[in-house]
Design a protein around this ligand. Structure first.
Ligand code: ADP
Length: 197
């Protein structure tokens, strides 16, 4: 069990890495983007509201996002541990998360940040657009998501760095190699011996 966050710019592969890491640490991977996309698919009121922002690459307002995340964290499977992907994305959301966890005497243990060059990000997202057709993977919307990441989410990385729980790893190159590096780094940060397999 562990309480982890994975961060990285859009296109950094954090969703893919989140799945592998969550399996390794036996915790649920909780992606706010995936939760929103499920609402959009199901045509819920929340999905209708969120979709208006997502289609333009804008952040969904905090009151919507944080309420949705709080509810997800209160589910039984997230009681002892979780891997958050896509939250917190703003400095205000750090506080909101601390409040939710603090109310059950918990705190985030490790924040993993994937670093990938802008050129590679753009290339990967355009590739994903061709393969999956995500409605926010168009050139202008990608630009806006990268811009918001730099303005709003980089400060989150800085805040966790200051807290002493940030691990930065190279997110470019082979997917499996990145997973192996990430797992080893997180295990070490958690003070656990490295395991094989
Ligand atoms: P990416 O990191 O590739 O941009 P995500 O799947 O994490 O994709 O998020 C997709 C969209 O969902 C974001 O562009 C934003 O509109 C919305 N979203 C996800 N998480 C949050 C959040 N924590 N706060 C506000 N909006 C969010």
């Amino acid at each position: 069990m562990a309480r982890l966050i994975i961060m990285g710019p859009p296109g950094s592969g954090k969703g893919t890495q989140a799945e592998f890491l969550a399996r390794h640490f036996a915790v649920p991977a909780i992606s706010t983007g995936d939760l929103f996309r499920a609402h959009v698919r199901d045509g819920t009121a929340l999905g209708t509201e969120a979709g208006r922002y997502m289609d333009h690459g804008e952040f969904v307002p905090d009151h919507v996002t944080t309420a949705m995340l709080r509810e997800r964290l209160e589910a039984d499977d997230a009681g002892a541990g979780f891997l958050l992907d896509g939250y917190p994305r703003t400095v205000a959301q750090i506080q909101a998360l601390d409040d939710v966890l603090g109310s059950r005497n918990q705190a985030v243990e490790v924040v993993l940040a994937l670093a990938v060059s802008d050129d590679e990000l753009l290339e990967r997202m355009l590739q994903r657009a061709r393969e999956q057709g995500r409605s926010d993977d168009t050139a202008p919307v990608i630009q806006r998501r990268l811009e918001l990441y730099r303005e709003q989410t980089q400060p989150v990385i800085a805040a966790y760095t200051q807290r002493g729980i940030l691990l930065r790893i190279d997110g470019s190159g082979d997917k499996d190699a990145i997973t192996a590096t990430a797992i080893a780094a997180v295990e070490e940060a958690l003070g656990r011996p490295a395991r094989g397999g």
